[in-house]
Design a protein around this ligand. Structure first.
Ligand code: FAD
Ligand code: UDP
Length: 392
């Protein structure tokens, strides 16, 4: 089979472009390093039969109808509105659980009805009902009551969780990161407010299987593309080689940008995660799909998969604890989170510039673009890129 397009990675970036280009008549080869498809969104049944997400909990949410409609061709959806509780040590020695994002319900739990009513009035007068205010914005407020509230939320929800996740305080990281979980002046306790949210009814892996099942797509799993692709740089335009022969078609790469070029300018830093899965002989283990440990414990959060998937399996449930640490580049580690700051942007720009020497090489996805993207943003980018390539 002669291929006119090579795609590295069978996550959302790779699978969506593969499908779109295959439908436009391209003959596509997808190379995937893992022995499975789906990238970070891969799910599978564990030994107890519980459907787990091997690389951490994935909840689909988007306001982009085109993305939702495209994915809906490959899956039906289970309506699921994710809720998260912060687990906080209480004054009486017990634990309190309050909604995250911190909202008007959390406010009442934290301060009691009377004080909460006063604070609520001030918040609504200042920002307006239904507003989302980031913790860093709230901390700028000079009103003594709102300042004290901001300090409470900072201390009880953000600072320690952020230290665990990033090894830095909220002030030391890109403000866009904590802005993902703003204080919400509402009683809506859902984690996301997007128009479309839910879980693929048969799971993510099934969605990917359906998407990649096409006569013009060939899939090779367990294949590190770096062993088959070579990039020869030249001032007048670089040449890509596939299995030793010049390759003139498009190459869409969704792995880490630095690894593509042997980390020649130095490694891009990432955070990686260790996942600890535990199965219990009971129907339900915790109160919400995800419980964040915002004050103590070494892990950031615990997710119980059955909440997300809706799986009915009496007498067994599986949870996962997430531990964050610096990515070192070791073979068994996976880079999960790009670390956005001026230094990493400058380093990434050098790799992007090198990639631009190869006119038909396209960097796409969370790793290749070194961005903190949700799944829907990846799908949107993949649709844009494949449509642009088809029009060429
Ligand atoms: P990936 O899924 O990382 O896929 C890249 C693929 O390329 C991988 O399969 C990799 O093995 C392969 N690859 C890399 N290098 C090579 C190579 N040299 N040769 C062959 N193959 C290679 N988003 C949401 O919208 N909702 C959520 O709830 C959510 N939860 C998340 C939880 C966690 C813990 C993490 C880490 C991310 C979460 N995300 C979530 C983000 C989501 O995982 C990503 O947006 C999305 O999966 C990225 O897709 P991608 O195709 O860009 O990358
Ligand atoms: N965050 C926090 N406490 C929480 C939830 C989030 O401090 O209870 C901060 C933390 O810095 C985290 C960021 O907000 O990394 C984004 O959270 P999100 O849940 O979006 O992270 P993800 O699911 O992508 O890991």
């Amino acid at each position: 089979m002669q291929y006119d397009t090579l795609i590295v990675g069978a996550g959302f970036a790779g699978a969506v472009t593969a499908r779109r280009l295959a439908e436009a008549g391209r003959r596509v080869l997808v190379l995937e390093k893992h022995d499975h498809i789906g990238g970070n969104a891969y799910d599978r049944p564990d030994a107890a039969g519980v459907l787990i997400h091997q690389y951490g909990p994935h909840i689909f949410h988007t306001n982009d109808k085109e993305v939702y409609d495209f994915l809906s061709r490959f899956t039906k959806w289970r309506d699921y509105q994710h809720t998260v509780a912060a687990n906080i040590p209480a004054a009486d020695g017990g634990r309190t659980e309050m909604p995250v994002p911190f909202n008007l319900v959390s406010l009442r739990l934290a301060f009691g009805p009377e004080k909460a009513a006063e604070l609520e009035q001030k918040l609504l007068d200042t920002y307006g009902a239904g507003t989302k205010v980031t913790i860093l914005q709230l901390r700028q407020n000079t009103d003594p009551d709102l300042k004290a509230l901001a300090q409470y939320v900072y201390d009880h929800v953000f600072v320690r969780y952020t230290m665990k996740q990033w090894g830095k305080t909220p002030e030391e990281i890109d403000p866009a990161v904590t802005a993902r979980v703003p204080v919400f002046l509402s009683e809506d306790c859902r984690y996301f407010q997007d128009a479309y949210q839910g879980m693929p009814l048969e799971g993510y892996t099934a969605l990917f299987e359906n998407m990649l099942r096409h006569e013009n797509i060939t899939l090779r799993t367990g294949c590190d593309a770096r062993e088959r692709l070579r990039f020869e740089d030249a001032p007048a335009g670089g040449q890509i080689y596939f299995d030793g022969a010049p390759f003139g078609g498009d190459v869409i790469y969704s792995g880490p940008a630095d690894e593509l070029f042997g980390c020649c300018f130095g490694r891009l830093p990432y955070r990686t995660l260790d996942f600890k899965f535990e199965t219990y002989p009971q129907d339900v283990w915790q109160s919400h799909g995800t419980v964040n440990y915002t004050m103590d414990e070494d892990y950031t959060r615990i997710t119980e998969f059955k909440y997300l998937t809706g799986q009915v399996l009496p007498g067994a449930t599986t949870i996962v604890k997430e531990y964050s640490r610096a990515y070192t580049g070791a073979e068994d580690e996976i880079p999960y989170y790009a670390i956005a700051n001026d230094d990493t942007a400058a380093l990434y720009a050098r790799y992007a510039e090198k990639a631009a020497h190869f006119p038909r090489l396209h960097l796409l996805g969370r790793l290749a673009e070194y961005r903190y993207y949700n799944m829907d943003a990846i799908v949107a980018g993949a649709l844009r890129l494949s449509d642009a390539l088809v029009k060429q």
